[in-house]
Every structure is written in structure tokens, then in C-alpha cells.
Design a binder for this molecule. Sequence first.
Ligand SMILES: [Zn+2]
Length: 320
Amino acid sequence: MLRYSADRRTLLWMLVLSPGLVALQYAKPELIPWICWLSFYFAISASVIAHNHQHCPTFKTKSGNTFFSYWISIIYGYPTFAWVPTHNLNHHKFVNKPGDATITWRFTNRHNYLIASTYFFVSSWYQSGPINEFLARARKKSPEKYRQYISQYFVVYGAHAAMAALAIYLYGWKEGFYVYGFTMGLPSIVALWTVMTFNYDQHVHTDPWSKYNHSRNFEGALTNFLLFNNGLHTVHHDNAGNHWSLLPAEHAKIRENIHPELRQQSLFWYWTKQYILAPFAPSLGTKQIGRAPFDTEDEELDIATAEVGLGETGTNVARV
Ligand SMILES: [Zn+2]
């Protein structure tokens, strides 16, 4: 059923633990203050799983992958097809260079908490263009796919509306909103914000023209356990079709070539350094490594015709 046995953990996270926690909190709202943070974590893990699933489908069968796309869309709080136009076909092609809808340097290349925390809004705004174009193209060329994409919106928002209604039915308006909000509503908003902010951190002040320094990596074992190896970003860009479970071995082969500043250990220490300490001690903050993404003079690469690297889209686009 699964293409990679490592995805048993993906299924445990998405089919058992995440919905189980929601059910437990719906049954016993008094537990919410103690365990709702777990629902926030599982929504964030759903965003990472959605990303992985778009690149490298989880199941062997098309129907299995379609079902899973709907399911994780609900936990993640947004239709997973949206990863294809903005991430697979755009971000992976341009890698933070001009043309990438998700560039980290839209208005400034400075890196501080204000820029990082508002990146989500800026990036979302600029991602809406490629999403709308993608939908318009699908509508013309593949009505069946178009219906599937649009139905993801209905499934996600329908499921959230139904769960909000259930909570209100069980506990009344005030407590109902509280129950739905802290188990599903807010976790999915935080997941969307976090996955985009994480992507910002993976590319801000990196050198997209470099073979090894185009991404920032987080090598810590805990970060990579919790985020399904999404800390290992250089090898992910080198071959996006690679399954997440194979990334540590790939990373080990090239890690010595990566600039030491782009090999952070702990994500939490990096965030502490960058967003809490660096305003007082600037030397702890990141600096542009190598050539800046917007430095396109004497550019060898023709951005307009740059090819998508091996294994980056292919099956993902066809199957989802
Ligand atoms: Zn990716």
C-alpha cells in the first residue's frame, strides 16, 4: 500500500494521533489547556507531510493518494494542491531567485523578526497569482483535475465548518468556538504561518547561485524527527523527488561542502539567536552568504528558461 515503509509514521501521525487528539479534546474540553499544543504540532506536521506528499506520493495507488490529499488538507487547513503551482513548479524552479513567488527578499534583504513574521502575508499575496493561473489552466485543459482541486476547497472548509458546528451543538456558542478554535481552527492557521516562515528561514541570506549554499539546513535530530527530515533542505532541492526518509544519507554525502553558517544544529537555538539575541548582538544574526539572489548581473543562467531539476515534479503533478 505504501511506497516507503517509513510512511507508517506518516499514517500514525495523520490517521491516528492527530484525529485522536481532536476527538479526545472534543469529548473532554477540560483537557484543552493541557494538550492543545499537541494539536498545534500535528497541524504543523501535516503541513510538512503535505509538502512531502506533493513531491513524492505516499501511496502506490492513485485513489490512495487522492484520499490522503483530502485528509491532510483538512488537518493542514488548506488544499494541498496549492503546493504544486507555488512550490513544485515555481519555488523549486527558481529557488529564491527572480521569478520565485516566495522570494525572501521581496521588499528588503534584511532579516529580523518583523520581516520573518510578516513574510507569511507577503508570500501568500504573491502566491495567489500562480495558484489562480494554475486553476485557470486546469479548467481549460483538464476539467477532471480542476474539479478535484476545487473540491479540495469544499472538503477543507466543509469539514472545518462541520467540526465547528459539532462543537457549538455540544457546548453552545462560546465554549463551542473555544473547542473548535483550539483543536482545529487556530492550529491550521499556525501551521500555514509556520511552514512558510520555515521556508523563509531555509532561504533567507543563502546563495541561490551556488551548488551547495542555496539553502539553510537544520541538522538537529529532534527537529528532523518532528518535521520528517525537513531540516535537510539542500538535498531536498537537489532532488525533490527523493523520499524524506532518504535525506539523512544524502545530506551526509555533501554536508562538508555546505557553508558552516548554513548548517545549523538546533532550529530553536537559531530562532533564539536570530530573533531575540541578534537585535542586541548583531554578530549572532545571519548575513548574506555568497552572491545575493537579486544579484543578476553577469548572470549565466537564463531564468526564463531554467529547467526544473530532476525528479521535481513529474508524478506528483500527475497523481494529485
Ligand atoms: Zn519542496
